[in-house]
Design a protein around this ligand. Sequence first.
Ligand code: FES
Length: 102
Amino acid sequence: MAQYQKIASISEITDGKMKEFKVNGKTIVIANVTGEFLAFDGICTHAQCALAGGFLDGYTLTCYCHGGQFDVKSGEVLSPPPVSPINIYPVKVESDDILVEI
Ligand code: FES
């Protein structure tokens, strides 16, 4: 059953940055978009490239492999070649800790 787990500290992920974590056998990424922390699958649904190696512009993440784009808030595909969305995960911040429900 999914439960909130501490994954990172807020100081680890500065504004506009993202970082990959391995949690329960999953690869997830936490991004900081102007102080809002978002968690989502770290593997591109197109050809399994690591999304943490991509480029973040606001909520738009561009995969470095083939330029596919995702909205990291909704998980939706914004630009092909990916056709399937990425999973997103609820996040809460408690003091300096970032907790993700996985
Ligand atoms: S692997 Fe991400 S766009 Fe192709």
